[in-house]
Design a protein around this ligand. Structure first.
Ligand SMILES: C[S@@+](CC[C@H](N)C(=O)[O-])C[C@H]1O[C@@H](n2cnc3c(N)ncnc32)[C@H](O)[C@@H]1O
Length: 214
């Protein structure tokens, strides 16, 4: 087989497993658009959670639980995932899929506007050592500020879809969400509170570490 893209080449070596393929199928069967994280980045999420030793993960944007499973797979015993999702039916599907995958006891879904849930989480005094930002793109900058605020020292922040299907790179695109995504990307690599990098494969992934001196 000849791979057409670097992503396809990578996926030919590390194909999606049955559990994750079932999640994509459940999303399609529910009549939802499968905008789950790309296969290669899902694999990377598991690796990053495991390598960072994170025990407390916050996800913004659950959909059907694909990335939730990838994040939960990286957690050790006693690890916890809090996932914020706008739509109750999506949170229900995600919970079902995580339960089927054996992670039901590790995850808590909070339904509603993520910005409201984040305020609640802060009021409760919760902090996290890993964040996955993957909801509405127009709020990425606010989500990044919240992540820095709720971060334990050395926490990891990951954001998906940072290229916005090429719109981020196109200077003719000057809409609010693209402009804010450019600022998000700039902060990931230049904000003095962070050390970060941008991965250009698939639709772009941002990875940063929150400095101890934030
Ligand atoms: C790209 S999908 C998430 C995919 C998921 N992280 C995965 O890879 O399996 C984006 C999700 O964010 C949710 N969302 C959009 N706007 C939101 C908001 N303001 N607050 C909370 N969730 C939101 C959507 O309902 C959708 O489920």
């Amino acid at each position: 087989m000849t791979a057409e893209t670097a992503e396809q080449y990578m996926e030919s070596l590390a194909a999606e497993d049955e559990q994750l393929a079932k999640v994509r199928q459940s999303i399609r069967e529910a009549g939802m658009r499968d905008i789950s994280v790309a296969t290669g980045y899902g694999r990377l999420l598991t690796l990053l959670v495991r390598m960072s030793g994170a025990s407390s993960v916050l996800e913004i944007g659950a959909l059907g639980g694909y990335s939730g499973i990838c994040l939960a797979r990286g957690l050790g015993d006693g690890g916890r995932l809090v996932s914020l999702e706008l739509r109750p039916e999506y949170a229900e599907l995600a919970k079902r899929n995580l339960t089927e995958a054996g992670f039901g006891g590790k995850v808590e879904y909070r339904v509603g506007e993520a910005l409201t849930s984040l305020e609640r989480v802060a009021e409760e005094g919760l902090t996290f050592d890993f964040f996955f930002i993957d909801a509405d793109k127009g709020n990425y900058l606010s989500y990044l500020e919240w992540a820095i605020r709720l971060a334990r020292p050395g926490a990891v922040i990951v954001g998906d879809n940072t290229l916005m299907r090429g719109r981020t790179l196109n200077p003719a695109e000057q809409g609010g969400s693209v402009t804010r995504m450019r600022e998000f990307n700039r902060m990931i690599v230049q904000d003095p509170r962070l050390e970060g990098a941008l991965l250009p494969a698939y639709d772009g992934l941002a990875i940063a570490r929150v400095k101890e001196t934030k």
